[in-house]
Design a protein. Structure first.
Length: 278
């Protein structure tokens, strides 16, 4: 029996879902507009995500304990125009605030690129914090890296965790792990010259191993080759049994857009250990 219930907004292929499930959670609603990602989500979890989050009627959502969301990052990323909350994609953050105010879950976990922290001189992040505070939450935030939680990948992401103010204390982020769950050589099945994989991305593939923007070329046992979607999946913390759908290009995109499962699990388990969740 599940210990707590959660909703999965901007759900992608289910990195949040898998991490929260491992900590004892059960998903009651998922939402994303990416049809291919939704197909992968349904294939693995048996839940068909709803479409546009703006069409979700908040007071019709059954009660839940955790809202999780890896809201669109393109308008905050170092790659792109950085439109922030004025960009239609960035403005989707307001939908999170809308649902939090109506449903008042015990806690939330949000994820985005680290560039959000300093976007527009920090003004964007201050607006976000003000919205979350006014919704009734104590907010903690920290930039976490996948390699510090068992995954051999260089991937820094900003996590924002809120707990209802009735708890009268803030959430404390979990300690780093001292060892990796597996090595990059384990994933690529051969000797690799690096300890950690490059950040898995959604674009810029096949740029070449000597290109400064390279992220998918590796020298394995002395031979240069490209990393596969299945290997990318493992580096994001998904199990070998997890099924990706669609063409190879779509699979790279799905995995590159995902949140590392290990980071989600570590945060969710810390929420349980700190008695914010049952």
């Amino acid at each position: 029996m599940a210990k707590f219930k959660f909703i999965d907004l901007f759900s992608g292929i289910g990195g949040f879902h898998l991490g929260l499930h491992q900590a004892g959670g059960s998903c009651i609603l998922a939402s994303d507009i990416d049809e291919q990602a939704n197909q992968t989500y349904a294939e693995n979890f048996g839940i068909v995500p709803k479409g546009d989050v703006r069409k979700i009627v908040a007071n019709q959502i059954p009660d839940f304990d955790v809202l999780c969301a890896g809201f669109p990052c393109q308008s905050f990323s170092n790659v792109g125009p950085k439109g922030g909350l004025n960009d239609p994609r960035g403005a989707l953050f307001y939908e999170i605030g809308r649902i939090l105010r109506v449903k008042r879950p015990k806690t939330f976990i949000l994820e985005n690129v680290k560039g959000l922290f300093n976007h527009d001189g920090g003004d964007t992040f201050r607006i976000i914090l003000d919205i979350l505070d006014s919704a009734g939450y104590f907010v903690s935030y920290e930039i976490l890296e996948a390699k510090d939680y068992g995954l051999p990948q260089i991937r820094k992401r900003l996590f924002i965790v809120g707990v209802q103010k009735q708890f009268r204390r803030k959430f404390q982020f979990p300690r780093k792990k001292e060892t990796l769950d597996f090595t990059l050589s384990d994933v690529l099945k051969g000797k690799v010259e690096r300890d950690y994989a490059f950040t898995i991305r959604i674009g810029g593939r096949r740029s070449g191993i000597n290109n400064r923007y390279n992220w998918d070329s590796y020298r394995v046992d002395g031979e240069v080759r490209y990393i596969t979607p299945e290997e990318c999946k493992r580096l994001q913390g998904f199990p070998a049994s997890f099924k990706l759908t669609g063409r190879q290009s779509a699979q790279y995109k799905q995995v590159g857009n995902s949140v590392p499962v290990n980071l989600v699990y570590a945060i969710a388990q810390a929420l349980v250990d700190q008695n914010f969740l049952p």
